[in-house]
Structures are given as structure tokens and as C-alpha cells.
Design a protein. Structure first.
Length: 261
């Protein structure tokens, strides 16, 4: 998405913005929503009634526990004139962002455009926060678990993963499988360790049913057997995501056959 700031600075977003999109039928008709990046971590899961939380799939409950960017409402709705929204943004000191054009009859597209806009705005805000003056840590440097990894980089990576969908996380794992195989072939131990860390970090944000740990171990297992297992685990994950359950038994049999070799 090519987000355009009509008010505000993309290098220093405020953390709250009015999104606008123009109707493809009539550019004078404006659709809008409001995007917020909470200043502190927000967990909607803790406010869900217990009976409702018990009915949610684990992955949805996990997403509700990690809300980093929130659109209100989650769909572009027809609003007032652009002049009125510009006045509101000025009085409220909001960013005002143009996120393109939408077909007003396509409700799915109106929701998707908001989701994409929130993700891009959230990433811009995250990049901006990395320029903030850091508060000195009271933890001695020799007690930090991973001294070779800057804390700011780890925090940025974590926040970025939290903004991803499960499909994006699986896609990123697929890319890292390729990096892992390259590191194995080149006997690059440092790259292997770094790739394993990234894969485990991504896997920690996926439901157990995707078997991220097994995928990681297979990706770093030398030989054709490991490569094939990683491919199967990845295929299995996407089949689950797309609810193509009829293909799962075939993949599971292939995995068992390889594991028994």
C-alpha cells in the first residue's frame, strides 16, 4: 500500500490517525476510519467473559492478547467531507492519511484496506519509536541472555511479528527455511544459529497445531531428509490455514515415513 500523509509526518507519526479513502464511483465521496497505536501493550483477551474466551480458537485468543494497532471501526465507513475531516485532524492533532480508493460495494475490500493501512501505519510508528531516547537498563549487561543482539532490534522484531497474520508468519518461516538450508550447505554456524532464533521466535506466535518447532528442527537437519520434512511441515501448515483438511492425512503419512527412515 502507498499511504499518503495529508497531515503529519510519516517519519514521526503521532500514533493516532484518521484514514480516508475515496470512492471509485465518485472521488468526492469519502470513506474513513480511525487508527490507534496504543502507547502501552493492550490485551483484549483479559476483558472477554470466560464463557466467550473458552469458545475462541487458541490462535484468535492469542491475537486478542496482542493488540498493537487498532482500527475503530474495522471497516471504512462513509464519512463527512474531506474539509471536515481535515478540520477535525487539525483540532485533534491527528495524522490524516490517504489510503487510496475503494469500491463502496465491496465490504471485504473496505475491511482489507483498513487492515493493510493499520499494518503500514503501525510499522511506521514502530520505526519512529526506535529513535526515542532509551531509558538506561538496570540489568547488568553480563546478565542479558543474548548479548550479541541489540535490545532495540529484538523489541522491533517482536513487535513486527505481532503485527503479522498467521499466513505472513508461515510465509516468513518458509523464507527462513531457505536461509537455513543455505547456511547448512555453507557450514555457516553463526547464520544457522541466527536463523534458528528467528524461526523459534516466529513459531512462538503460531498455534501448536502448525508444529513450528518441528519445522524449525527439520529445516536445520542436514541432508535431503531434513529438507523434505521441512517442506512437508510447511505445506501442512498452509493446508491447515486454508482449511484444506482432506490433504492433511497424505502429508502426515509422508512425514511418518520420513521419520521412520
Amino acid at each position: 500500500m502507498d499511504m499518503r500523509f495529508l497531515r503529519g509526518n510519516p517519519q514521526a507519526p503521532k500514533g493516532h490517525a484518521i484514514f480516508i479513502a475515496r470512492s471509485t464511483n465518485d472521488p468526492r465521496v469519502i470513506y474513513c476510519t480511525y487508527c490507534i497505536v496504543p502507547p502501552t501493550p493492550l490485551s483484549l483477551a483479559k476483558y472477554l467473559p470466560s464463557f466467550l474466551a473458552a469458545q475462541l480458537p487458541p490462535e484468535e485468543l492469542r491475537e486478542a492478547a496482542n493488540v498493537n494497532v487498532m482500527p475503530i471501526p474495522p471497516m471504512l465507513e462513509e464519512g463527512s467531507s474531506l474539509e471536515h475531516l481535515e478540520m477535525l485532524a487539525d483540532r485533534r492533532d491527528d495524522d490524516l492519511c490517504d489510503i487510496g480508493s475503494i469500491n463502496p460495494k465491496d465490504e471485504g475490500a473496505r475491511m482489507q484496506r483498513v487492515a493493510e493501512g493499520c499494518q503500514e501505519y503501525g510499522q511506521l510508528y514502530l520505526s519512529y519509536t526506535l529513535t526515542f531516547e532509551q531509558v538506561p537498563s538496570t540489568t547488568p549487561m553480563d546478565q542479558i541472555d543474548q548479548p550479541d543482539s541489540p535490545l532495540d532490534d529484538l523489541d522491533a522484531e517482536e513487535l513486527l511479528i505481532q503485527t503479522m497474520t498467521d499466513r505472513e508468519r508461515l510465509t516468513e518461516l518458509g523464507k527462513l527455511v531457505g536461509v537455513a538450508r543455505y547456511a547448512l550447505e555453507g557450514h555457516d554456524t553463526n547464520l544457522q544459529q541466527e536463523t534458528k532464533r528467528k524461526m523459534l521466535r516466529l513459531s512462538g506466535h503460531l498455534a501448536d497445531k502448525y508444529r513450528g518447532l518441528d519445522l524449525t528442527n527439520a529445516a536445520l537437519d542436514p541432508g535431503e531428509r531434513g529438507a523434505r520434512l521441512a517442506e512437508l511441515y510447511l505445506e501442512r501448515g498452509f493446508k491447515l490455514l486454508d482449511e484444506e483438511y482432506a490433504d492433511i492425512p497424505r502429508i502426515e503419512r509422508a512425514i511418518r515415513e520420513l521419520q521412520n527412515q
